[in-house]
Ligand binder design. Structure first.
Ligand SMILES: [Zn+2]
Length: 196
């Protein structure tokens, strides 16, 4: 498919994406039930401040709400979406929907930032040094009890992830070749700094 388009509605490109979106909404985001959120695709991931952006969550202003009846949009990178596993697609949608917070008093959505943000190098050098990172570590260990020791990867790219950004905030999730390359370089800098 050519890239000479800016946005498309998800149902035009991949009706299954709309199904995944609906399922994740129903399962984990019941608080958003009264709000209309459209799923869109953009052709490629964006690069913002050096990070690869494969998904974005936006709250629409009151004029657009008034005219369209929509409260928010989730926009995903089509190129990433096609390569991603179902588990990654679900995680990305869940992630973007987590950026929305229902403001029932004003019948609108608000944007919520990430619970945890950190550089890979800092986590490698200092571990879980904040409460947020400790919670994140606990959540990851609960989810992935068999998580491999990163020292055994030897920089082969296993276990690396893509950075997702919305509204200037970033989080790691999934895999993408460019992100893997970026993280591999970061890991090499860490290894060099540690004198290994
Ligand atoms: Zn995010």
């Amino acid at each position: 498919m050519s890239d000479d388009w800016t946005f498309k509605k998800a149902d035009e490109l991949d009706p299954l994406a709309v199904d995944v979106f609906r399922e994740i909404r129903q399962e984990y985001h019941a608080d958003l039930a009264g709000y209309a959120i459209a799923l869109l695709f953009m052709p490629k991931p964006k690069v913002s401040r050096g990070n690869i952006v494969v998904g974005e969550a936006h709250v629409l202003g009151w004029r657009t709400r008034f005219l369209s009846g929509l409260h928010g949009t989730v926009t995903l990178a089509w190129e990433w979406w096609q390569e991603a596993t179902t588990a990654q697609q679900q995680a990305l949608i869940d992630h973007e929907l987590s950026h929305f917070e229902a403001d029932d008093e004003h019948e609108r959505l608000r944007i919520r930032g990430h619970d945890v943000e950190e550089f890979i190098e800092i986590m490698a050098r200092h571990g879980a040094w904040t409460d947020g990172l400790k919670y994140a570590q606990g959540a990851l260990q609960q989810r992935l009890p068999g998580m491999e020791d990163p020292d055994e990867d030897e920089g082969d790219g296993a276990g690396t992830s893509v950075t997702i950004e919305a509204l200037g905030r970033t989080v790691s999730l999934g895999t993408h070749p460019e992100a893997m390359e970026k993280l591999r370089r970061a890991a090499e800098r860490v290894a060099a700094g540690a004198g290994r």
